[in-house]
Design a protein around this ligand. Sequence first.
Ligand code: GRG
Length: 307
Amino acid sequence: AFYGVRHQIHHQSSSIIEEQQDPFSLVADELLILAEKLRSMVVAEVPKLASAAEYFFKMGVEGKRFRPTVLLLMATALNVHVHDPPPNKLGNTLSTELRTRQQRIAEITEMIHVASLLHDDVLDDADTRRGIGSLNFVMGNKLAVLAGDFLLSRACVSLASLKNTEVVSLLAKVVEHLVTGETMQMTTTSEQRCSMEYYMEKTYYKTASLISNSCKAIALLAGQTAEVATLASDYGKNLGLAFQLIDDVLDFTGTSASLGKGSLSDIRHGIITAPILFAMEEFPQLRAVVDRGFGNPADVDIALEYL
Ligand code: GRG
């Protein structure tokens, strides 16, 4: 993200980073602070809700934190123009205040993401997530749905406190996109299931929109021009699409240990992802198997032979 945005906005190279430096190490300390902040933001009064809401914010089951990492790197890339006048009465400089607001975008994004995972696992009746029992498996569907709603509410309150209506509507719209993508995935016709165009549209809604719009929010908070905000958004969109494509490949090539959940879950649910779509281009005879819907496990084995 860091190199990509810097490249896209043609910003003059500065000495902030060395080309060879691992960009993730730049935000490692900030991710630890973010983890603490998230834990404090998801505290609930009712004990059952509290244990459900904090479930995926505990140490060791925090996931990759891909989205916050990208967003913090994006902030570093886009804040280079901010030059600090002397600190205000509280000792805060303009750049630390800006960074705090951008960290909040990273927190909100992660909370929306986790809320969507909780609901997704209910919809898919999944039993494993991040290497442990999914919340619905451990505490039941009802609490998993309520915990997701609770996280969304906390994310909304935090978002509103930024007092930036453009940013609020960007991220509020993302929730609609997540729901749209999931619905598109659940309600396909046979033609749509086999269409790469449909797959890319669904993938934008389901995965890329959150990354795209949160990247745009980072740019807007940095006071960047509409043109740069669009570049940040495009960058996030392409990164999100690439991320989902790789995620779909890993569902075929990964193991339970590397994925933190069972492999082949998409195809077993009859969800047709990019690897199958590409294989179908080469082997049109696969279409007949796909149309049977993978209700029969033997069809999964047949499909795997074409990949
Ligand atoms: C309640 C916000 C909300 C949405 C409801 C269920 C639903 C609508 C949307 C599901 C969207 C979804 C789960 C998309 C998949 C995105 C994806 C690639 C998830 C995996 O992300 P990783 O690998 O997970 O970053 P970790 O565990 O590392 O955080």
